[in-house]
Ligand binder design. Structure first.
Ligand code: GDD
Ligand code: MN
Length: 369
């Protein structure tokens, strides 16, 4: 048994494999880590396998798994989880895009209680070197989509992460494509995570194997994790759904409050325009209170901003939501000549999505600790 296993998925990496193995092993020695290196190769037609076999002669902690079916990066990493001789897995690319020097820090965080530790390109201190604009845009799109499932994680599609065996032990992973981390985060069992910034530097040698097919597979994967969460309630994606349901229920109470206040004030003889303003302002206040005390209770308790600050943010974001509702409805009625009520429903739906997504990140972000 080792303390940790560094899993290196490879396909045609003859130019890089010796280098990454040597570097990872040097990090083990420098930090007195009892680590295993597990190369998971998809039967590369080049010299990758031969080089690993040669290194194995002098390295007792080096293991090689050669796969001959179900070719794929995510599948290989998931296979690595099953063959590793330890309870802590670190996944790293072979092409030196990820700094092996961060491995001890990741392991330290796992020992300190995190179940998942992620090397993040998108948090403060992280970054990406040498990426063309197209690649950056694709990556940002993938990150946005992934963050719908796990909003607190800044880089849910990173290829550099550490995870405890217990996180994936019970999860029914359906690995495909490149984004194994999102699969682990979306379906795995975990509460505590930690992100560590790093600078991604693209491969010097060889070519990236990212294709259009990868993007389509990714969209399918996000959908699959969403469906999975409905029947597996320990998953992080389900935790997020619960918040959306609660946010929706709170929104419904807001409508009740709005209508009640409006009619009370009208009965008291207040003019309609004035009464409506009060109704809206009070309804938003109602929504804020329930969301702060119920939907986002945990976030509010640990928040670094005061309740007043959160209230202000909520009013600003809600105003944006109302504008979206209004704008969408008007456009649908006048440009697409849609039925007025249907158009309003579309506007309400988009306004709701805006309100949830933005408030989730801005008003009630999770503060670590
Ligand atoms: N076993 C196996 N099978 N390994 C593979 C396969 C495969 O089909 N395809 C790629 N790999 C290995 C490569 O040999 C390399 O070690 C690693 O997986 C990453 O492959 P790249 O082709 O270099 O990926 P990338 O640089 O485009 O993407 C990286 O960044 C993404 C985030 O933007 C990876 O880290 C992705 O996992 C990550 O999502
Ligand atoms: Mn790469």
């Amino acid at each position: 048994m080792y303390d940790l296993t560094v899993i290196i998925p490879t396909f045609k990496e003859e130019a890089n494999i010796r280098n990454i193995i040597t570097e990872v092993d040097a990090v083990f020695q420098k930090n007195a880590l009892n680590g295993e290196i597990l190369v998971v190769d998809d039967n590369s037609p080049d010299n990758t396998i031969a080089i690993v076999n040669e290194l194995k002669k002098t390295m007792k902690n080096l293991n090689l798994l050669v796969r001959t079916s179900d070719h794929g990066l995510s599948q290989s990493v998931a296979d690595g989880f099953l063959h590793a001789c330890s309870d802590v897995f670190v996944v790293i690319d072979a092409d030196m895009s990820h700094p092996p020097s961060l491995i001890p820090k990741m392991f330290e965080e796992i020992r300190a209680g995190s179940e998942v530790v992620i090397g993040s390109r998108y948090m403060e201190g992280g970054g990406i070197k040498k990426w063309p604009l197209k690649r950056r845009i694709i990556s940002l799109g993938a990150t946005f989509l992934g963050r719908l499932l796990v909003p607190d994680i800044t880089d849910p599609v990173s290829g550099f992460f550490a995870v405890r065996q217990s996180v994936v032990a019970e999860a029914h992973l359906k690995p495909r494509g490149y984004k194994i981390l999102l699969e682990v985060l979306g379906k795995g069992t975990w509460e505590n995570d930690k992100e560590i910034p790093f600078e991604f530097s693209d491969r010097e040698i060889g070519t990236s194997k990212l294709k259009i097919k990868t993007i389509i597979e990714y969209a399918q994967q996000v959908l699959d994790i969403t469906l999975y969460s409905f029947t597996h309630h320990q998953s992080a994606a389900w935790r997020e759904w619960k918040k959306i349901f609660k946010f929706g229920i709170v929104g419904l109470t807001g409508i009740v409050v709005n209508v009640a206040i409006l009619n009370l004030l009208l009965l008291a003889g207040v003019r309609y325009e004035i009464a409506l303003v009060f109704a809206i302002v009070v309804a938003i206040f109602n929504n804020f209170l329930w969301n702060d005390l119920w939907t986002f209770k945990d976030h509010a308790r640990k928040s670094i901003s005061s309740i007043w600050k959160r209230l202000q943010l909520f009013y600003v974001v809600s105003a944006g939501g109302a504008l979206i509702n209004y704008g969408v409805a008007v456009i649908l009625v006048y440009v697409v000549t849609m039925d007025g009520n249907l158009a309003n429903l579309c506007g309400i739906l988009l306004g709701f999505i805006w309100n949830f997504v933005v408030n989730r990140r801005v008003t009630w972000p999770r503060t670590r600790g």
